[in-house]
Design a binder for this molecule. Structure first.
Ligand code: ADP
Length: 263
């Protein structure tokens, strides 16, 4: 327990040892608290969609549903919640892997600009549907050494957020610039932004600014915490700037390799 603290006032070796012990006891206590909080969050996130699935299913079984159209509506809601559960479990598995030392990256050289464009191609329908403008300014030069699947995951999470938190008729701009030894990807949106008080926490596990809205959009609050870990594992850096009601800017810097990597 955290209460186990040794009271020593001396400044000799024993005193130092006691101090070290006290610090250790404190950090073990904090670790336990974090674990407990994490498990509580997991339980909560699982319980909400499960209770919806249970409720809608029961309604159908009880014959509360009047016609086929209504039944379709209920089935769609069940399917939505099942999808959310699947995503959540996937994210949790990822986090667990990322926390263990067994996590391995399969790194290959990637022509980053082309890779980004390929990922973005999948967003065409949703951009159209939400009437969002997209501006690309991609330097074709940067070659990064990364795990393709993981780089794609990073991009998906960041692009998803930009699309999700930007209102119809908004605008998303994506730039890629080569610097000396690294490159910077910047994703700016004209969305609802993040309040200054929340900004320091958005990359924490389960942190969401607006729980109700984010839940509706399918978010679990795990996306950015996974992105941060993945970026750091590939020796990169991520920074987020934002202003409420104005927009958000996400910057991801990754090391590059020389273009003539084949020679
Ligand atoms: P979620 O799955 O809820 O989107 P994330 O970890 O990806 O979780 O993001 C955490 C929170 O940060 C989100 O719930 C949202 O409140 C905020 N956020 C992230 N990206 C943006 C953005 N581009 N614009 C506004 N808010 C954002």
């Amino acid at each position: 327990d955290y209460d186990i603290q040794i009271q020593v006032k001396s400044h000799d070796e024993i005193g130092n040892l006691a101090h070290a012990f006290n610090e250790m006891a404190k950090s073990i206590h904090l670790e336990e608290e974090r674990k407990k909080e994490f498990l509580e969050n997991v339980a909560h996130e699982l319980r909400t969609p499960l209770s919806y699935v249970k409720g809608y299913t029961q309604a159908i079984l009880d014959g509360v549903v009047k016609n086929e159209e209504e039944e379709q509506k209920y089935l769609q809601l069940i399917s939505r919640e099942a999808f959310r559960l699947q995503r959540l479990v996937g994210d949790l598995m990822d986090l667990s892997k990322l926390d263990s030392d067994q996590f391995t990256l399969n790194k290959t050289p990637i022509a980053y600009a082309q890779f980004i464009e390929d990922v973005l191609a999948k967003y065409e329908p949703i951009l159209k549907e939400k009437q969002l403008g997209l501006q690309l300014e991609l330097d074709p030069d940067p070659i990064i050494l990364g795990d393709e699947g993981r780089i794609e995951q990073i991009l998906h999470n960041v692009f998803d957020n930009a699309v999700k938190y930007t209102n119809p008729d908004g605008f998303i701009k994506i730039t890629l610039r080569q610097h000396k030894g690294d490159c910077e990807l910047i994703v700016t949106d004209t969305g609802n932004g993040i309040p200054a008080a929340d900004l320091p926490y958005v990359m924490n596990r389960f942190y969401r600014v607006n729980k109700a809205r984010s839940r509706f959009d399918g978010g679990s609050g795990l996306g950015l915490s996974i992105v941060k870990k993945l970026v750091e594992l590939q020796n990169g850096k991520i920074e987020i700037e934002s202003r409420e009601h104005t927009g958000t800017k996400v910057s991801i810097v990754l090391p590059t390799i020389k273009e003539d990597w084949t020679s």
